[in-house]
Write a protein that binds this ligand. Structure first.
Ligand code: URA
Length: 209
């Protein structure tokens, strides 16, 4: 599974364990997600292109290396993706942001689109799609199909937790999409929730349950 990266950094694993605990408040869940997404952004942006830039240090002129953040579009799958977005934007503040709204039909577990707004010129930009949970893979697959209509230069997908069936579904439908996760959990339950998981990410971020 060459396009799959599990980010095993101890800080990521430590914070993820704190988030999984059922007694973590929304406040601490959100804070931890913010911290985790910054740490994961470090790994996910590892191959971003650098351009030489001439600068003045207090002592002399030199050529430094800089990224062009505007060439990056962060795509949040609403609503839980927004919890991930803030941390990523802290690290790459120049990135553009797109949103896609997909809800999961509770009967079929299929993704239904209700919102789609992307920055212009995606065909000249790299995209990173964020959603904390890769469960059935239906939302991720639908998001990639929709995003590909705009022909982005590249697509990466970042989540906190994934399960083998979700990974397989995304890899089969979109083998060109690189997947980054902090953990691969055991399985889905009958309601499409990840086990052992962390519960409903959106509810835990926004305190809606
Ligand atoms: N979405 C969630 O928020 N949690 C899961 O366990 C699966 C999908």
């Amino acid at each position: 599974m060459s396009n799959l990266t599990v980010i095993t950094h101890p800080l990521v694993q430590h914070k993820l364990t704190l988030m999984r605990r059922k007694d973590a408040s929304s406040n601490s869940f959100r804070r931890l997600l913010g911290e985790l997404s910054q740490l994961m952004a470090y790994e996910v942006t590892r191959d971003m292109p650098l351009s030489p830039v001439q600068i003045e240090t207090p002592l002399e002129t030199m050529t430094g290396q800089m990224i062009d953040g505007k060439k990056l579009v962060l795509v949040s799958i609403l609503r839980a993706g927004n919890g991930f977005l803030d941390g990523m934007l802290n690290v790459v503040p120049g990135a553009r942001v797109g949103h896609i709204g997909l809800y999961r039909d509770p009967a079929t577990l299929q993704a239904v689109e209700y919102y789609f707004k992307m920055p212009a010129g995606i065909d000249e930009r790299d995209t990173i799609v964020v959603d904390p949970m890769l469960a059935t893979g239906n939302s991720a697959v639908a998001c990639m199909a929709r995003l590909k209509q705009l022909k982005p230069r590249s697509i990466k997908f970042v989540c906190l937790l994934a399960v083998p069936e979700g990974i397989a579904r995304l890899q089969q439908a979109h083998p060109d999409v690189s997947i980054f996760t902090a953990a691969i959990d055991r399985e889905l339950n009958d309601h499409g929730y990840i086990l052992p998981g962390l519960g409903d990410a959106g509810d835990r971020i926004f305190g809606t349950k």
